[in-house]
Design a protein around this ligand. Sequence first.
Ligand SMILES: Cc1ncc(COP(=O)(O)O)c(C=O)c1O
Length: 393
Amino acid sequence: MSDNLAINGGPKAITLKQEEALRWPILTEEDEQAVLSVMRRNETSLSEEPMKLEKEFAEYLGADYALAEINGTAALYAALFVLGIGPGDEVISPSYTYWASAMPAATLGAKVIFCEVYPDSLDLDVEDFKKKITPKTKAVIPVHLWGVPCEMDEIINIARNNNIAVIEDACHAHGAEYKGRKTGTLGDFGIFSFQASKNLPGGEGGMLITNNRDHLYKATTLGHYRRAAGLPEEYSKYQHTCLGFKHRMSPLHAAITRVQLKTLDEKNSIRKNNIEKLLKAIEELPGFHIYWPPPHINRVYYENDVVYRGEETGIPIERLIETLKAEGAIVRRDRYPLLHQQPYFIERGSNPEDLPVTREINEHVMALPTFPGDDGRLVEQYIGAFIKAARTF
Ligand SMILES: Cc1ncc(COP(=O)(O)O)c(C=O)c1O
């Protein structure tokens, strides 16, 4: 391989076509047939498809109850609604996450208290969670960010001792495990998204998981008026109004999600094999800090984010990314718009200067591809590109 960087006019390290190796979701004729079948049965609105998905996904997870929702955001809203969270209450969430982890609590009138994350796993910092608890705290939302399960035993212990509910945001973590149990089954609620980019992609859709039957009934009554009819009187009396929303999942999306569920584990392991080959190689290069979870955590890869510290190599992250892009790599800064720095939360009392660890780490994260359809050849070329770029350090 030539040492002459592509950014300086040398040959590119990555020459393979990338579209197929990086394509996501991977939809096949089986997905097409499943959608066609729903259409031909004239079940594009009312159908058993979402209920079948509930049963299959609950079985996969080892959970008692699952409720298919229109998306993950709606499922999170439903969990908070079931807990009766509203004005005067506080809910703890990381700031380093997608907005839907925190906004449903704010929409219900609660105050969101943002919490630090660990600089290596990027998950909720247990000590900071403990510090943020007040008598008003009603729930905590650990987010299994990018597919890394949070330290659930510690979080649940603290929550139980303080009468706080645990809502796992498992939207990045379909199939991940914590001490042998699937994420999404550990807290009072588990929340999943089936949006097209997710590891279990249905196009759009979501799922609420709980082991509490009354919680299931109340969530059903919130957003599934037809299904409320079959519940005990305390809930069924609302069947003609429900409690305010229509959260029914589209049968077409449920049909795709059901097909995709059959290959979830296999697809998770293709990502894992490819990504970990790359991470093992770049771990040897200066400036990169790769997080390997402890043995009790079996992560999945929703995104492939790594921490790179330009101050250790003299090459700033932007410059490294430009160098890698010139080599043909698809890489980018992965800076989350931190929630405590957004106008909505600043207007409601958040201080954008808070959370120094979260702010610092957010400047050092780089997203690399997940190689979901790669037979291993593209990853090899990426390793070559990183090694070549690192020669400039
Ligand atoms: C961490 C996290 N929570 C919640 C959601 C909400 O899911 P949905 O997009 O299905 O509403 C997402 C989706 O992107 C997410 O990434």
